[in-house]
Design a protein around this ligand. Structure first.
Ligand SMILES: Cc1ncc(COP(=O)(O)O)c(C=O)c1O
Length: 382
């Protein structure tokens, strides 16, 4: 039982989080799903330790729900029916680490290629794995520069190529075309190759984009990861990684202590996050995800128009939910939690972001500009 002082601290935290969640436009996390149905499961010390497809001595678990989640996404990402495996991770970073780990086990002397707009965690991942890597230039829209990739791989034709592709870069939601990457490797006759798809944000909606980007297993990905707390809206960080099963079979080890196979990165794994994802996919279904995308795209289009209407050079990639604009002042950046890099920032119109939020932000920007102009005018007069 908490004393009154500690209870008051929690109440204050709750008020502060409620307020901050009303000004949450710069990070790709949906803010709209109600999981109160699942609260009763928090009374169990449950844990999905081990392989999701193998039984374990630890039976307080949700592995069958985890399998259903994996199956749903495997179908969505056109994974080969009898040759896929996966698990619910702690987030996109772990899923990407896993994909690169499988690649390294397959090609220990491979070189990893990724674009300069790739998420910051990937440099750390390749460092952890001791993999050699080369950074490739990006185009202004955030997509990898295929000419630079071709020229660079050509210089290293004697070693396997591990391409880390982005289906939605962090800042601009640029999408690398895995079909084009495969073609380029074909032209260079690189037979030993591995392609990992980082679809942290776009994974759950990429299948519904029109035109559909080349990003999944049928397009040539060997593994794919996304975050569950982004578009889907899990309140706890989580994610999904899927890979061709034959690669995973190379790394698994039977562990007596857990009565299962050790095929995942961490030992203990949340048994709650698979339930969150299971709840989300069954309450929305594929059609619900598609509708959710369309609603977010409408808010993204509104955002570009509203910003352009007041003279701000905002833009987005076709179909994207990320609106890029010149960086704003610190007060607005902090109020609306706008992720900022170099001279630009972005708004991501995740589920939960409404046109009213956008109107309020635009009003703040207009006000900031007129205050700045006034201050400059006053300085000039002084
Ligand atoms: C493109 C990309 N990859 C990976 C990540 C890391 O995902 P997570 O925060 O789920 O670990 C992010 C997070 O924003 C991302 O934008």
């Amino acid at each position: 039982m908490l004393n009154a002082q500690h209870q008051a601290r929690l109440d204050a935290l709750h008020r502060s989080l409620s307020e901050s969640s009303q000004h949450f436009l710069g990070y790709p996390c949906a803010n709209d799903i109600d999981y109160t149905d699942l609260l009763r499961f928090l009374q169990f010390p449950f844990n999905n330790v081990g392989d999701p497809f193998q039984p374990s001595t630890y039976r307080l678990a949700t592995r069958d729900f985890e399998q259903e989640v994996l199956h749903f996404f495997a179908q969505l990402f056109r994974a080969p029916a009898n040759d896929y495996w996966g698990y619910v991770t702690n987030g996109g970073t772990e899923g990407n680490l896993y994909g690169l780990y499988l690649a390294r086990e397959l090609y220990p002397n491979g070189v990893v290629y990724f674009s300069q707009d790739t998420h910051y965690s990937v440099t750390k991942n390749v460092h952890l794995l001791g993999l050699r890597h080369i950074m490739i230039r990006t185009q202004p829209n955030g997509e990898i520069d295929y000419d630079d990739l071709r020229d660079t791989v050509r210089l290293h034709r004697d070693v396997p190529a591990i391409v880390f592709a982005n289906i939605g870069t962090t800042m601009k939601e640029g999408k690398d075309d895995i079909g084009r990457i495969q073609q380029l490797l074909d032209e260079l006759v690189i037979e030993q190759r591995y392609i990992h798809c980082d679809a942290a944000l776009c994974g759950p909606y990429a299948p519904f984009l029109e035109p559909r980007p080349a990003f999944d297993f049928a397009d040539g990905a060997d593994s794919l990861a996304f975050s569950g707390h982004k578009f889907i809206g899990s309140p706890l960080p989580c994610g999904v990684v899927l890979a061709r099963k034959r690669y995973v079979e190379r790394i698994g080890r039977a562990i007596g202590y857990i009565g299962s196979m050790d095929t995942t990165i961490t030992g203990s794994r949340s048994a709650f996050t698979p339930l969150l994802l299971w709840h989300a996919i069954h309450s929305m279904g594929a059609e619900g995800l598609q509708r959710r995308l369309q609603q977010c795209q409408a808010v993204a289009a509104y955002t570009v128009q509203a910003l352009q209407a007041v003279g701000i050079t905002a833009w987005r990639n076709p179909g994207a939910l990320t609106v890029v604009l010149p960086r704003v002042g610190d007060a607005i950046k902090h109020k609306w939690q706008l992720a900022t890099q170099d001279d630009y920032c972005h708004i991501i119109t995740m589920p939960g972001v409404t046109t009213q939020h956008i109107d309020a932000l635009v009003q703040d920007i207009v006000q900031e500009r007129s205050t700045t102009r006034l201050q400059h005018g006053e300085t000039a007069l002084a």
